[in-house]
Design a protein. Sequence first.
Length: 431
Amino acid sequence: MRLPGRIAAAIAVLEDIEAHRRPVSEALKAWGLANRFAGAGDRAAIGNLVYDALRKKLSHAYAMQSDTARAIVLSVAVREWGETVEALNESFGTDRFAPAPITEDEAARLTAPDPLLGAPEHVAADIPEWTLPHLKQSFGDTWLAEAQALSARPPLDLRVNTLKSSRDKVLRSIDHLSPDSEDRLPLGIRFAPGGRDSRTPNVQIEEAYLTGGFEIQDFGSQIVATLAGAKPNEQVLDLCAGAGGKTLAMAAAMSNKGQIFAYDSDRSRLAPIYDRLTRAGARNVQVRPPKSGSLDDLQGKLDRVVIDAPCTGTGTWRRQPTAKWKLTPAQLATRVAEQYALLERAMSFLKPGGTIAYITCSVLPEENGGQVAGFLAAHPEFEAVPANTLWMAHFSGTKLRARFSPEGGVSVTPATTGTDGFYIAQLRPKG
């Protein structure tokens, strides 16, 4: 397929998503099954157009004065992919799969010199309007840059599993995929996001992945897993383990010494962890299924409780753009209540001197600094490890930057750190 056919396909996929409220991945898969002539390059390009459109649908719709799938995809093709109206119309006329030619009105919109002139702040930022004051509270004067970074294409990040391999060994094994050579994290390897129709490498067919040498994990997730502070020979509860990404990182940090108890209240979220543990060679993890009494024997016995809390996922908007547009204030309120209940529950598992590591993949203050400040106010016997102390203990020798907040939290973000958005605070009894 040529670009005109890919543009038409992206328009069709976006219309399908809107009409049937189905996830992006399902809509793209359905289109692929119905159009088996499309090759891997075609599917990648169509997916890029769709995700680019969804990430910035407000600003593209404003520039075009239309929120139709056609208007937004055409705007992506011109403003982000560097096409010209003339070239597009010429190619549209010679491709039977092409959409209808660009009209004079569309051409005027596509070539406007300042398409966002007068746009509301939330439109320029490509965020839901109700989240605007929340992001301003989180980021102050830099809120717009942070919001816009949440609408950029994300990289593909890998974490080397030191239980099975080393960074140099993994780099040699995937050298043919041309990973980024810059050493940002000691155990991290990055594939920078490409432009236009670039394809993300399928690293899951590589021998180093299949044999447990590395995991796919955003650098932000790797950073907070490190800042959680799990040490060899500790007894650790991962209270919201999910599929196990941070569990695996902590197991490696502990060199398989000590014990991690991996638990999640949702059995389906926990299901992938079993195969991942086997592949990674993580032998110090005991999975506790979500059933009554499964954690009773851990009361008052643990060095560390890690809460990778259920949250709005606002820090991952660049990977999950549809979640951005579906988020509601009611959902935020629900998550905040769940998070505080988990913090309250975590205390009962600590032995004297134990630590709680509270983590979210959110950039909203209610889920991060506000949550921790509220917990500390309700429990004056606890204190937060100072953010600068926490950061410098692990990343003083790197070029990475983070944001520190008064209550003791550390935040990493796309604009500041080059990662997804994550927050962590370590909480410990005073004295």
